[in-house]
Design a protein around this ligand. Structure first.
Ligand code: AMP
Ligand code: ZN
Length: 139
């Protein structure tokens, strides 16, 4: 628990949230400033900033809950699809430094786009560079 973390305060019950699901290691609640009806956040109960900082058990708890909740959220607001995403680190747009997965219901004609728009300009990569990147990741 981090004293000045808003999501830790929600886990502790010190500030209110519209909780929709809870397990031993994860919590889900409605986003207070939703991008769409039903916009839901799934968080680990422990304070970690980045997804890679989670233990395997916490990671499983969070992504299992995402897997379970996404269709329930979609049904609840009669959405056509949903976007699942993580702003993993401040340079990716993370504002609350407690790891969280966004489930954002999507509706035909909602004016949004695919997750690709989040990454900005596309790099122009040749085969050699792609091979190098793949090798570096695989290592
Ligand atoms: P991010 O930019 O990925 O860090 O997104 C943080 C999200 O947390 C935003 O969508 C906010 O609307 C949401 N948020 C911030 N404070 C609260 C809160 N007290 N309860 C619920 N959602 C919140
Ligand atoms: Zn926290």
């Amino acid at each position: 628990m981090s004293d000045d973390c808003i999501f830790c305060s929600i886990v502790a019950g010190d500030i209110p949230a519209r909780v929709v699901a809870e397990t031993d290691d994860a919590l889900a609640f409605l986003d207070a400033n939703p991008m769409a009806r039903g916009h839901t956040l799934v968080i680990p109960k422990g304070h970690h900033q980045r997804i890679a900082d989670l233990s395997r058990a916490e990671s499983r708890a969070v992504f299992d809950l995402v897997h379970e909740l996404a269709p329930a959220v979609e049904d609840a607001v009669d959405a056509d699809a949903h976007t699942i995403g993580v702003n993993d680190g401040p340079d990716a747009g993370q504002e609350v430094p407690h790891a969280h997965v966004h489930i954002i219901p999507r509706f035909e004609g909602d004016g949004g786009g695919p997750i690709h728009v989040a990454a900005g300009d596309r790099p122009d990569l040749g085969d050699d560079e792609l091979d190098e990147i793949a090798d570096a990741i695989a290592e």
